[in-house]
Design a protein around this ligand. Structure first.
Ligand SMILES: NC(=O)c1ccc[n+]([C@@H]2O[C@H](COP(=O)([O-])OP(=O)(O)OC[C@H]3O[C@@H](n4cnc5c(N)ncnc54)[C@H](OP(=O)(O)O)[C@@H]3O)[C@@H](O)[C@H]2O)c1
Length: 312
């Protein structure tokens, strides 16, 4: 499996995974195949991304050609916010499994702590679409997924430290992961330490600062891969700016899930383990931290369980 991190239940998660959000259905199958061919053994999916069937086709093509067996690859999916009621969790995982054409996922996550009404749009325009289902109830449904053998591990995404504490106080199966935004603009050192102290691995999303969103949203944080100093740094190591940033993030002790549908970039984003950044360069990247998110989810900031109301 290459470079992995150990989870608190004994399973291992490969450090670099392929992100699939906004990977178009016509292209994601090829991206998944390219990734597996060049050594990825971790794919990050979600029901919300509306492309799990095509991701599944990519995985099955590489099983069929003998490159991997099912047990060689770590597949994550996520429960969307409309389905936080305890009895909806197992059916929604079954729906993702059917699309992926798999019997189990390696990891199933609660995508966000905020619940929405089952009848509301997937991104409700206002609070009339919110539900107040407590994510503690949702977690009971997640535990059922493990008991049924549908998920090897379960975890959280976009949970803050207080929400993680509530889960830990009310669970019978511990979360193995909290998946949150991590890149040099928001390096999450405090949340990473908080999770590490509780034996929870952080998986960092938007590791490259989501460069495809630049210009689409006012005040969007400039991705560090576009920082002239990082571009200079990359030349010094004979690496690319993306490789510099991913190497830095991995040195924080986390897993990263860069998204790409470009084969050369997919290969580049996993070729990050053959160099070490100098102390000065690490200090520069540390100093980029501004706690600026590219995924602030601010449209739902008035939800009871909105996670970004406290420092971490
Ligand atoms: N749990 C959550 O709430 C949550 C939220 C957001 C994201 N995620 C997960 O995290 C994954 C990654 O986040 P993201 O997709 O938002 O952003 P990202 O991985 O930070 O950035 C993706 C963008 O970077 C480009 N790119 C990829 N490799 C590159 C390279 N080597 N050099 C230059 N540009 C490169 C991609 O372009 P091309 O594809 O055109 O090559 C794409 O436009 C998602 O796909 C998803 O799986 C989870």
């Amino acid at each position: 499996m290459g470079h992995t991190l150990k989870l608190n239940n004994g399973h291992e998660i490969p450090i670099v995974g392929l992100g699939t959000y906004k990977s178009p259905p016509g292209q994601v199958q090829e991206a998944v195949k390219a990734a597996i061919t060049c050594g990825y053994r971790h794919i990050d999916c979600a029901w919300f991304y509306e492309n799990e069937a095509e991701v599944g086709q990519g995985i099955h093509a590489k099983i069929a050609d003998g490159t991997i067996k099912r047990e060689d690859i770590f597949i994550t999916s996520k429960l969307w916010n409309n389905f936080h009621a305890k009895n909806s969790v197992v059916p929604m995982l079954r729906d993702s499994l059917k699309k992926l054409n798999l019997d189990y996922v390696d990891l199933y996550l609660i995508h966000w702590p905020m619940g929405f009404k089952e009848t509301a749009p997937t991104l409700p325009p206002d609070s009339s679409g919110y539900s107040d289902v407590d994510y503690i109830e949702t977690w009971q449904g997640m535990e059922e997924c493990v008991k049924l053998g549908l998920a090897k591990s379960i975890g959280l995404s976009n949970f803050n430290s207080e929400q993680i504490t509530r889960i830990l106080q009310n669970c019978t199966i511990k979360p193995v992961v909290n998946q949150v935004e991590v890149n040099p603009n928001i390096n999450q050192k405090k949340l990473i330490k908080f999770c590490k102290d509780r034996d929870i691995v952080v998986v960092g999303f938007c590791p490259l600062g989501r460069s495809n969103y630049v210009g689409l949203r006012p005040n969007f944080p400039t991705p560090t891969i576009h920082d002239p100093k990082v571009i200079e740094m990359a030349k010094k190591y004979n690496k690319t700016p993306a490789q510099i940033v991913l190497n830095y993030l991995v040195s924080l002790g986390i897993s990263v899930i860069p998204k790409s549908v470009t084969p050369s970039r997919i290969a580049e984003n996993i070729d990050i383990f053959d160099f070490r950044l100098d102390t000065d360069d690490i200090a520069y990247l540390d100093a980029c931290n501004k706690n600026q998110r590219c995924s602030p989810q601010s449209n739902h900031a008035d939800h009871k369980y909105f996670p970004f109301k406290i420092e971490f």
